[in-house]
Design a binder for this molecule. Structure first.
Ligand code: BGC
Length: 349
């Protein structure tokens, strides 16, 4: 659904009319709005599912309000300079608000300057810019989650499994030997999730030993390759795979399957996100648990904020907005909870 072209292509045309000009007009009621979105990589499972949810909420909002909502989604394909150019295009095309999933979260300057010059508000999401950058203009917002929460929950899932299932301690030495599959270097969720999950296991009374780690950039195929290498190196010593997200957890499982290792001999595998495929793997017993990263809640919050900024601008009516930030809570999902789990959806929006 996400288009590759730099110039605007209508990925989702929810209405028939195109608008001109930016920002709401005080004199005339707004009849249509245009929201431009740029994602760092359209093939990212979590971000892709969040965009699907966003489109669904936009359709719903349009039906509720009678205001035409045009949503255009661009793929930055991992290039910050492409994303900067996409922002120029969105502004030329008259977007009322721009939503940015930064490629490089340390490099939002060009986007902020362009948006400020044209007075178009920006909602950053999922890839968090530093506080100092977010404070550079009063029309900058962030929608996401608190990274450390997911790390704590992942650590709790691993600790609970270790205490409850003695067969997970394969060599019966009382120590959980683990490896880590990490997301991108420099991403707030990679650094923080790893640190908090390991510390939480220790706090929950688990003795741990790190055998190794590998960076797999959130990506299932890369994780499979890295897992193959670590299986070669550590073999059955690995008792736990701590993955920074579900896609990498699934990549580890792909490797275990490809090497024909019987499921009874697998290490425990735990992830974060609760994507459709991740939840399925918890339900069928391949993963011991996951942590739900509320893509629906984040999408709904972003839509509500984008809609408000494009119409009456009364953002103070958005109760989840704290300063210029909205953070949705994570939810811990153990194997026992996975069957009955349904995504919380857009409660309150
Ligand atoms: C998600 C990952 C995703 C990444 C992209 C994280 O919050 O958990 O699955 O790949 O964001 O920025």
């Amino acid at each position: 659904m996400i288009m590759k072209k730099r110039r605007v292509l209508a990925a989702v045309m929810l209405g028939m009319l195109l608008i001109t000009g930016c920002g709401p007009s005080k004199e005339q009621p707004v009849k249509n709005i245009k929201i431009g979105i740029s994602v760092y990589d359209q093939y990212d499972t979590f971000v892709g599912q969040m965009m699907t949810a966003f489109n669904a909420y936009a359709t719903q909002k349009q039906e509720e309000t009678g205001i035409t909502i045009n949503v255009e989604i661009y793929n930055a394909s991992g290039s910050q300079s492409t994303q900067n150019e996409q922002v120029e295009s969105m502004i030329e095309e008259g977007c009322n608000v721009i939503c940015i999933n930064l490629v490089d979260r340390t490099d939002p300057t060009t986007i902020i300057d362009t948006a400020e010059k044209n007075n178009v508000p920006v909602i950053f999401f999922n890839r968090e810019l530093v506080e100092e950058d977010l404070g550079r203009w009063d029309k900058l917002y962030y929608v996401g989650a608190e990274a450390f929460e997911s790390g704590i929950m992942e650590g709790e899932l691993a600790a609970e499994a270790f205490h409850e299932q003695e067969e997970l301690d394969k060599n019966r030495d009382g120590i959980f030997q683990y490896i880590v599959l990490e997301g991108e270097v420099g991403h707030q969720d990679s650094i923080v999730r790893t640190e908090y999950s390991v510390n939480t296991m220790i706090q929950k009374g688990v003795s741990v030993e790190k055998l190794g780690y590998a960076i797999a950039n959130w990506n299932r195929a890369q994780a499979q390759t890295k897992m193959n290498q670590m299986l070669e190196q550590y073999g059955s010593q690995i008792e736990l795979v701590l993955a920074n997200n579900d896609d990498m957890a699934l990549g580890a499982i792909d490797a275990l399957k490809a090497q024909n290792i019987p499921q009874g001999d697998w290490p425990a595998v735990v992830g974060i996100d609760g994507t459709d495929v991740g939840l399925e793997a918890v339900r069928n017993g391949e993963m011991i648990g996951t942590v739900y990263n509320d893509k629906e809640g984040q999408a709904a919050a972003m839509l509500e904020l984008a809609y408000t900024l494009s119409t009456d601008g009364a953002v103070s009516s958005i109760d989840k907005l704290n300063g210029n930030t909205i953070r949705l809570p994570y939810i811990k999902i153990s194997a026992k909870e996975a069957e009955a789990f349904t995504p919380p959806g857009a409660e309150g929006y």
